[in-house]
Design a protein around this ligand. Structure first.
Ligand SMILES: NC(=O)c1ccc[n+]([C@@H]2O[C@H](COP(=O)([O-])OP(=O)(O)OC[C@H]3O[C@@H](n4cnc5c(N)ncnc54)[C@H](O)[C@@H]3O)[C@@H](O)[C@H]2O)c1
Length: 396
C-alpha cells in the first residue's frame, strides 16, 4: 500500500519483510527477506538508511507468545538495530488499540494519551511506544509513533466511517513523518478527515505537516447498507458496544484470552521414533500452539520426513491447516532461535553431556505442538554436537 505512495525521485525504499515481496522490487526499491526479530539482519538492513518505518509484525490480536516475540521483541530489535546502524529516525506503526479503552466520552483522545490497551496486540503497541521513548530520550533517536486507526482500501464497517485512514492519506502521513524536521519523540494519530470522525486529535500529525484529504463519508451509503443500517438510523448506534470505546470490537469480551481449566493435566509427551542408520538428520522448527500460546522447546528429529507431531490440539479456526503459508512464516520467525537442537548421527544422539544411544526419542515440549512448519537442513557432522542444557531435554 505504501510502496508507491512513498516513492520519490532520488529516494530508495529498502523493503524488508519476513516473506518475499508479492511483486519484485522496482526502480528505487531494494528487497530484503528477514524477520524483525533478527538483530544481525536488521542491523545490516539499517546500514546507510535515513529513516526506518517499522510496520512489520502481527497486525491484530494473537496469543501472547507470538505477540511478545514478533511485536515486542521485534520492535525492540528494530529500535536497537537502528541505533547500532546510526539511523537517526524511526517511525513506528502504533495503533489506536494502545488506547483502545479510551471511552467515547473522552473523544477526541489527545496526542500522547496514556496507554489503555484493549488487547495483547494493544499492549505490544504501547510497549513499542515505550521503546520509542527510551531510544529518543536515552540515545537521542527521533521516534515518531503513529497510532493508526483503520487503514484499509476502503472503510469496512460503520465504525470505520469515523476511523478510516485512506491509503493516500497514509502515504501523506508517513511521508510527513520521515521528512518533518526534528520531530523528536511524539505519539500522534493517523486518520483521514472523516465527516464522522473527531475521535482523536490530529494536532500532532498536522504539526508534522500532515493534512488529510480523504473522507470516509463517500462510502457511507454502501457501508451502512451492507451493515443493515438504514440511512435514517442513529449513528453511532447508542446500543452498539462497538462504539463505547475507541478500540471498537477489540474491547469486547469476544477478545478475552481463554483461561485454561485449572485442573487440566499436561498432555502426554509426544513420542518420536528415530530411524537407526538413517545417517543424516535434519533440524526442525515447530510452531507454537496458537490455541494455548505455549512455545515448543527445541528438539531434533530423524529422517525420513515429513514428520508430523502427534497432538490433540485442535487447529484454531483462523489458521490454515499446514504448509508454507504466511501464517506459518510468523511461527518460523518466532521459533527459529529455538530450533537449534539435537542432531542425531546414525542412531546415536549426542548431546553436551554425552547422552548415549537412543533410537526412540521422547521429545520434551513446553506443552503440545501442533505441526511442523519448516525444515532446516544441516550438514553432516562427525563430532558430538553440544546442546545447551536447557534445550537438551531428551529422554530414553
Ligand atoms: N491497517 C491498519 O488499520 C492498522 C491499524 C493500526 C496499526 N497498524 C499497524 O501497521 C502495520 C502494518 O499493518 P497492515 O495492516 O499493513 O498489516 P499487514 O499484515 O498487511 O502487514 C504486516 C507485515 O508484516 C510482515 N511481518 C510479519 N511478521 C514479520 C516479521 N517477524 N518480520 C518482518 N515482517 C513481518 C508481514 O509479512 C506483513 O507483510 C502493523 O504493524 C500494524 O500493527 C495497522
Amino acid at each position: 500500500m505504501l510502496r508507491s505512495r512513498l516513492a520519490r525521485p532520488g529516494r530508495v525504499l529498502r523493503l524488508l519483510d519476513v516473506v518475499p515481496l508479492p511483486t519484485a522490487a522496482g526502480p528505487g526499491e531494494e528487497a530484503l527477506t528477514a524477520s524483525v526479530t533478527d538483530m544481525a539482519a536488521m542491523t545490516a538492513a539499517c546500514a546507510g538508511v535515513d529513516a526506518v518505518i517499522h510496520l512489520g509484525g502481527i497486525p491484530s490480536e494473537d496469543a501472547w507468545a507470538p505477540i511478545l516475540d514478533v511485536n515486542i521483541n521485534g520492535t525492540y530489535t528494530v529500535f536497537e538495530a537502528a541505533r547500532r546502524a546510526g539511523v537517526p529516525r524511526v517511525v513506528f506503526a502504533s495503533s489506536n488499540h494502545a488506547v483502545g479503552f479510551a471511552p467515547a466520552a473522552s473523544f477526541p483522545v489527545p496526542d500522547g494519551a496514556a496507554p489503555v490497551p484493549d488487547t495483547y496486540y494493544g499492549v505490544s503497541k504501547a510497549a513499542g511506544e515505550a521503546l520509542a521513548a527510551l531510544y529518543a530520550h536515552r540515545y537521542g533517536s527521533e521516534a515518531v509513533c503513529v497510532r493508526i486507526l483503520s487503514c484499509f482500501e476502503r472503510p469496512r464497517n460503520p465504525r470505520m466511517l469515523a476511523t478510516w485512514l485512506s491509503p493516500d492519506d497514509a502515504g501523506r502521513l508517513f511521508d510527513a513523518c520521515v521528512t518533518a524536521p526534528a520531530p523528536g519523540f511524539r505519539v500522534i494519530y493517523g486518520v483521514s478527515a472523516n465527516t464522522r470522525g473527531g475521535w482523536v486529535s490530529l494536532d500532532g500529525a498536522r504539526a508534522l505537516g500532515y493534512e488529510p484529504l480523504d473522507d470516509a463519508e463517500r462510502y457511507a451509503p454502501e457501508v451502512l447498507a451492507a451493515a443493515g443500517t438504514g440511512p435514517d438510523a442513529a449513528w453511532p448506534d447508542p446500543d452498539d458496544p462497538v462504539f463505547r470505546y475507541l478500540g471498537g470490537d477489540f474491547t469486547l469480551p469476544s477478545r478475552d484470552a481463554p483461561i485454561p481449566p485449572a485442573s487440566s493435566p499436561e498432555r502426554p509427551l509426544p513420542v518420536m521414533t528415530a530411524v537407526p542408520g538413517a545417517g543424516r538428520f535434519a533440524g526442525w522448527s515447530l510452531s507454537a500452539c496458537r490455541a494455548c500460546s505455549r512455545s515448543p522447546y527445541s528438539f531434533g528429529l530423524a529422517r525420513p520426513n515429513p514428520v508430523t507431531v502427534p497432538s490433540a490440539c485442535p487447529a484454531p479456526a483462523d489458521e490454515p491447516a499446514s504448509g508454507d503459508d504466511a501464517a506459518s512464516q510468523f511461527h518460523v520467525s518466532a521459533v527459529r532461535r529455538v530450533s537449534r537442537s539435537a542432531i542425531m548421527t546414525g542412531s546415536t544422539v549426542r548431546t553436551g553431556v554425552n547422552t548415549p544411544l537412543l533410537d526412540t526419542l521422547r521429545l520434551t515440549f513446553a506443552h503440545h505442538v501442533r505441526r511442523v512448519v519448516t525444515q532446516r537442513n544441516r550438514p553432516r557432522r562427525s563430532n558430538p554436537v553440544r546442546i545447551p542444557r536447557r534445550q537438551g531435554k531428551i529422554f530414553p
